[in-house]
Design a protein. Structure first.
Length: 535
């Protein structure tokens, strides 16, 4: 009997093999290399594609040649006479820094060719934070699917192929990093003590280090892109939406009674989300205020919000809604800590912040880019509009992201199972992405990020469901559905890559003409034609 028990113990504690333990990392590495290979179909020429890409490249060249000191005047912008340097030069610095690192190993590699090749490598690194976000919400299979959907979507491939060192890969990379670190801060909020004000204050001090990764992520994002805090505003505006979701869930599906007491209850249940998000915003604003006039000239949170509202052409009604929103955010934050004192203090702070924001004024931004250009064309939320979205994001992320998460959440509601705040956030993230697409096709890239994580969420749940249904024979069908979806995405993008290689490639006649100009024109000449720039 003892021998039998001993054998059972040995079998139950058997450690997984090396391959079983680390297989997800081998698959992740394969996704990264696949993403690089897909983007290097255009790596056969030494030219920079697109004026925006050229803008980042030439500033990287100036930074590198100037020993990483940023010049004070941009002579070529608004030529003549030029203009002061604009905010957010992190991407140009990134190109210059990594070029300096590779120089000892590849001394003959020019900065132009390096910039064109490096953007494909950097874009493939997006798979890492995308995987971590997906795994945090579901499991390793959800994380791997999120990484796959993120780096292989047609829209992202188009904007990050070799030879096009634009900042789109930076936006995608730091968006995932910001989401990941914000999720981390929320998960660590269980260290907060809401017993009374004194306990809360003492625990808040101890909790602050857990917000540091998020603050660093948002700061680096701001260094690289002028509207970096957009993803934070999605988190911030999600707070009242989360309360609304929980109220609807309680009223419709759980038949809970009351309104004010129920609302207060849902606010208290959500305080582990409310406090971290609000705290990151307050600390982020302070850090931005101290650094926005530095070398990088970072826009503060309030400046980014005002500029964003200007770009979206906010009207009086929307501004009034914004004031109500910030006041309600203050009330919700206060109530999450204390009933009476919190209500008064939080409401007053929220009202003051809304007044300060509105006092800045919203005016239409002056832009050299006309709204008639293709990437600023709106997509209507119609059948044809969803077809356009599907072509830019890929069919699999749409199916698994929108349909999948909607079905899972609806199933949980019907079965009265708990829906986590992260799951509600994914739904809200998709809704915001769809709204942004109506302001221009360029925002389909931001929608893609939400769809990638939501698609990974769906796949992760399907894998868990398949494991639990092996005995009734559903596992093969579910695994088949997953494989078909992934093959569909890969096939779409392989075809897209071949098409792209022909579309991006330049006819020999153009290359000969540009080469002749490069060799015979004045050395200070700047030539722009068909989005291809040479010096």
């Amino acid at each position: 009997m003892l021998t039998k028990e001993k054998k059972i113990k040995v079998i139950s504690t058997k450690k997984p093999s090396f391959t079983q333990k680390y297989i997800q990392y081998f698959i992740l590495a394969g996704i990264i290399f696949m993403a690089i290979a897909l983007r290097w179909v255009t790596a056969d020429f030494e030219m920079i594609g697109g004026p925006d890409s050229w803008w980042f490249y030439r500033h990287a060249q100036e930074i590198y040649s100037n020993h990483f000191q940023l010049p004070q005047w941009d002579a070529l912008s608004y030529y003549p006479p030029g203009r002061p340097f604009e905010p957010s030069f992190g991407w140009s610095y990134t190109l210059a820094i990594f070029y300096a690192i590779t120089q000892p190993f590849f001394p003959d590699l020019t900065l132009m060719k390096f910039s064109g090749l490096f953007v494909a490598v950097f874009a493939s690194w997006v798979a890492i934070p995308a995987y971590l976000v997906g795994r945090m919400i579901t499991n390793k299979w959800g994380g791997l699917t999120s990484a796959l959907f993120a780096v292989l979507s047609p829209r992202f491939v188009l904007l990050s192929v070799a030879g096009v060192p634009d900042s789109d890969s930076v936006v995608v990379f730091y968006t995932f990093v910001a989401v990941l670190t914000t999720f981390y801060a929320i998960k660590k909020a269980n260290k907060l003590d809401f017993g009374n004000f004194k306990n809360f204050y003492m625990s808040l001090i101890k909790y602050l280090p857990y917000t540091a990764p998020a603050l660093l992520a948002y700061w680096l994002f701001a260094v690289n892109w002028s509207f970096s805090w957009y993803i934070y505003f999605i988190f911030l505006f999600f707070i009242p939406i989360l309360i609304l979701f929980k109220l609807l869930e309680a009223k419709i599906f759980r038949r809970e009674s009351g309104f004010f007491s129920l609302t207060f209850q849902k606010i208290r249940e959500s305080r582990n989300i409310i406090i971290p998000v609000v705290l990151i915003g307050l600390l982020g604003e302070l850090i931005s205020l101290f650094t926005h006039q530095s070398l990088y000239f970072i826009r503060t949170l309030d400046q980014q919000l005002i500029h964003g509202l200007s770009f979206l052409r906010a009207d009086t009604l929307e501004l009034a809604g914004l004031a109500i929103l910030f006041t309600s955010l203050g009330v919700i934050t206060g109530l999450s800590v204390s009933r009476v004192k919190g209500l008064l203090i939080g409401g007053a702070i929220g009202f003051i912040i809304s007044i300060l924001l509105l006092s800045s004024g919203i005016s239409e931004e002056i832009s050299l880019v006309d709204r008639s250009v293709s990437e600023l064309q709106v997509i209507k939320l119609s059948l044809s509009g969803f077809g356009e979205i599907s072509r830019t994001t890929g069919g699999a992320p749409i199916i698994f992201g929108v349909i999948g998460i909607s079905g899972i959440l609806l199933s949980k509601l019907i079965k009265k199972r708990e829906i986590t705040a992260f799951e509600y956030f994914l739904l809200f993230w998709i809704i915001v992405g769809l709204f942004l697409v109506t302001a221009g096709t360029r925002f389909s890239l931001l929608l893609l990020l939400a769809l990638a994580v939501a698609g990974g969420f769906t796949i992760g749940h399907l894998v868990e469901f398949a494991k639990s249904r092996k005995r009734i024979g559903l596992a093969p069908q579910l695994y088949g559905l997953i494989i078909v979806g992934i093959v569909l995405l890969v096939a779409d993008n392989v075809n897209y890559a071949y098409t792209l290689s022909g579309a991006v490639g330049i006819p020999q006649g153009w290359i000969d003409g540009l080469t002749w100009l490069k060799e015979n024109a004045d050395k200070n000449s700047l030539i722009l034609t068909c989005g291809i720039m040479v010096t």
